[in-house]
Design a protein around this ligand. Structure first.
Ligand code: ACO
Ligand SMILES: O=CC(=O)O
Length: 550
């Protein structure tokens, strides 16, 4: 068995992880120097912004509801500004497929017929060092059309020989996640800077030569100042590589409750780089629960399955998002319907296709310019729906939604939500939470459970709902009070039911689940303790032979 050397430091940059084969192609001295410069220029501000998140949450907890900001009224009231025009490859975004950047998914997504591929280094990807580095290699290999894969069963995967492949839009990690395998001057760098910086450094020129550009989805932004930080990083990155300002395009996920109050301001901060906003519904629901979790029954939601897009507060959010985008010339991109097709179960498959069709139809009718799908079999459904609305037009930017009145009260009118909390909903949250974390620990950040797509955002809803229901002594449809003791009993029962297998990580998954659900302290993201303590080097260790075979 080969062994690896320990960490090394050069020019203040320390790599602590076991090397990954071909990592030298990604971690070149120049690329490392580049990400270190981005880090050094912005690390202090990132920390301040993370602290500001905690302050904001404390204000909400004390009863101060978010409102449209008075200090940015001028920006909202100024009709004259617009974001940059759509960049090449982003004019028509009627179908966007999302997924992690492992080899097979990369090839399948690029062959899927979608207009855009959201190459996900965030919620559908476990940030093992191996996934981080392999993801970068896969993206560059795909752009060079030299990526291929053979499955253990011998199925061969290659990129389609001809035709226009989807435009790649990379989603780096959010501001909260550190990258513990790369330290700059002894401090962990932000995962998002690693993902953005390495992709940009290696591929910006290649993409321009191919007639497109470096494009990004920005996750979990909580306010316009966080958007400004990304914008400053874009300016610095373009300067450092001598690439014209305004080349980068970013689509911001509006997936935190506080960001929904600053949608126009976020577009304004990024305006020369902005491509649009996306309605990231799952994290949005999580963020609402997280921020209002101690505010009593008025903010308690029913079972996860009943928090649909037609609930009044969700409707207000998506309609106001389309209005804000089209007023500023930015694309409005729809979100992820959770149902995934099942090729082995016809009834489940039909059900998923119908659910997704209904979801995409609502979005297209509301004025969205395109939407997300989680699976290649959903590409045709989404395309058909948007084709029927868009016809030969690439988008419906011309459809202003000035009929929608911006209303900050409506965004948090959670009390108008209908539905119930059920024992089945509680059990489902426990099962999904533990099964998802188990999968995440083995390096798979997205998984289908009961024919629904589960990723970090949906698992966050599961655990935060349980926390809130216990804290609020919520009442089920059958009149039971949701107590700590009852959840513990159900947790034991659900855990005993899990199908175990050799090498599973269910014990660790249960520990993490209990830590982020049952304890009084509420970690702001479940991936933080999971990453810090459970995704450890020893567990990520692999032999050279294993890595070479992968
Ligand atoms: C809330 C948010 O942040 S949403 C965005 C983040 N989440 C995601 O991106 C999840 C994307 N979707 C997925 O990862 C997957 O669809 C899953 C995990 C839900 C299900 O995947 P599987 O269990 O492999 O589904 P299934 O077996 O039906 O897949 C059939 C084929 O489609 C491929 N496939 C499925 N989903 C995708 C995808 N998103 N991209 C590319 N290929 C895909 C599979 O690789 C498989 O290929 P194969 O037949 O060559 O083996
Ligand atoms: O990232 C998207 C979401 O729905 O959450």
């Amino acid at each position: 068995m080969n062994t690896f050397t320990d960490s090394f430091t050069i020019n203040g940059i320390t790599l602590t992880a076991q090397p990954i084969c071909r990592q030298n192609e990604v971690l070149t001295p120049d690329a490392l120097e580049f990400v270190a410069k981005l880090h050094r220029a912005t690390a202090a501000r990132r920390q301040e912004l993370l602290q500001a998140r905690r302050t904001r949450r404390a204000e909400i907890a004390s009863g101060q509801d978010p409102r449209f900001l008075r200090e940015t009224e001028e920006i909202r009231n100024d009709p004259s500004w617009r974001v940059a025009p759509p960049a090449p490859g982003l004019e028509d975004r009627r179908v966007e497929i999302t997924g992690p950047v492992d080899k097979k998914m990369t090839i399948n997504a690029l062959n899927s017929g979608a207009k855009v591929w959201l190459a996900d280094m965030e919620d559908s990807s476990t940030p093992t060092w191996r996934n981080v580095i392999k993801g970068q290699l896969n993206l560059t290999d795909a752009l060079e059309r030299r990526i291929d894969f053979t499955s253990p069963e011998g199925k061969e995967y290659k990129l389609r020989p001809a035709g226009d492949l989807p435009t790649i839009v990379v989603r780096p990690r959010g501001w909260h996640l550190p990258e513990k395998h790369m330290l700059i001057d002894g401090e962990p760098i932000a995962g998002g800077i690693v993902d953005f910086g390495l992709f940009f450094f290696h591929n910006a020129r290649r993409l321009l030569a191919q007639g497109k550009g470096p494009y990004f989805y920005l996750p979990k932004i909580e306010n316009h100042l966080e958007a400004r930080l990304w914008n400053d990083i874009f300016i610095l990155a373009q300067d450092l590589l001598g690439i014209p300002q305004g080349t980068i395009r970013a689509t911001v996920l509006i997936e935190t409750i506080t960001a929904a109050f600053e949608m126009e301001e976020i577009l304004y901060e990024l305006r020369d780089h902005a491509a649009g906003l996306n309605a990231g519904r799952w994290d949005y629901i999580f963020s609402l629960i997280k921020n209002f979790r101690t505010r009593g029954p008025r903010f308690v939601l029913p079972d996860r399955s009943q928090v649909t897009m037609t609930q009044p507060f969700m409707r207000a959010y998506t309609e106001q998002l389309v209005r804000a985008c089209h007023k500023r010339g930015a694309m409005a991109i729809g979100g992820m319907a959770a149902a995934v097709p099942n090729r082995k179960d016809e009834a489940a498959n039909t059900n998923a296709l119908e659910k997704v069709r209904a979801d995409k139809t609502r979005e297209a009718n509301d004025g969205f310019d395109g939407s997300w799908v989680a699976h290649p079999d959903l590409v045709p459904v989404c395309r058909e729906v948007f084709d029927s609305i868009l016809g030969s037009k690439p988008n419906q930017l011309d459809r202003s939604r000035e009929d929608v009145v911006p209303d900050d009260r409506a965004l948090i009118n959670v009390a108008a939500t209908t539905g119930t909390i059920t024992e089945q909903g509680i059990r489902n949250n426990i099962e999904v939470g533990i099964r998802y974390i188990e999968s995440w620990l083995r390096g798979n950040g997205a998984v289908a459970i009961h024919n629904l797509m589960e990723d970090a955002a949906t698992a966050e809803i599961s655990r935060s709902q349980l926390w809130q229901w216990m804290f609020s002594s919520a009442i089920t449809d059958r009149g039971e009070i949701v107590t700590h003791h009852w959840i513990e009993e159900l947790l034991d029962e659900e855990f005993a039911r899990l199908e175990r297998f050799d090498g599973d990580r269910f014990e660790d998954a249960r520990d993490i689940f209990e830590e982020v659900t049952m304890a009084q302290d509420f970690p702001s993201f479940l991936t933080l303790p999971a990453y810090a303590r459970y995704l450890t080097e020893a567990r990520e260790k692999a032999t050279v032979e294993e890595l070479a075979a992968a």
